[in-house]
Design a protein around this ligand. Sequence first.
Ligand code: APR
Length: 231
Amino acid sequence: MKHIVVLTGAGMSAESGIATFRDSGGLWEQHAIEDVATPEGFQRNPQLVLDFYNERRKAAFGAKPNKGHIGLAEMESDYKISIITQNVDNLHERAGSTNVIHLHGELNKVRSTADPSLIYTLTSDKPEINIGDKCEKGSQLRPHIVWFGEAVPMIEKAAEITQQADILVVIGTSLNVYPAAGLINYTKQNTPIYLIDPKEVKTNIKSIHFIQKGASEGVEELREILKLKYS
Ligand code: APR
């Protein structure tokens, strides 16, 4: 079975109604990154940060996987699929994908500020955490999200997996944020790379197969191309 590694970003969830970051009207037009997505911002105004993630968590709980998520899950019957996502929603898992790495954390999880190994899962009936919500050791809970300036614990594992790819597929990411964006340089020589995005994405890789479509239609077209090529 061919091993396909899929690197996804916010555009993967756009058709599920979840805002991207850098498109017009995106999240970083409405909020200053340093206020809501850095440890300093959390120190300065923890409730503002908790509110930001509470809103995004409720939106994510209310969203549904789109045909792109579902198509990737269905591909598991014909290929070994490893998903490396920058997204913090769990739409890949809810679509049925069984092998998902979250580089930037997970919205539905929160963790202790004193002991990062204490991680708790929130559900749609209790989607919020606020000041005063504490872990079993009595310290404030925080979103289980990798903020700017924090380490990306899963990046080594993600690089290892990318090196094993027979095919790399990149969907819905502007490739603006490192180290995630650097993963496309980890493929073995001559590994085919497909990029699905409605807009041109700047990348230093020359021989990319560009599918200029949204995630749903793009995954469908990719499946056709791969069927012709590898069946
Ligand atoms: N289908 C596929 N791609 C889409 C769609 C769609 N329907 N709509 C938009 N896109 C594309 C955009 O053209 C853009 O290239 O998705 C990409 C979204 O880029 P960003 O908003 O920069 O999101 P992302 O690349 O995931 O950001 C990376 O930055 O702020 C941090 O931690 C955050 O994980 C995030 C990281």
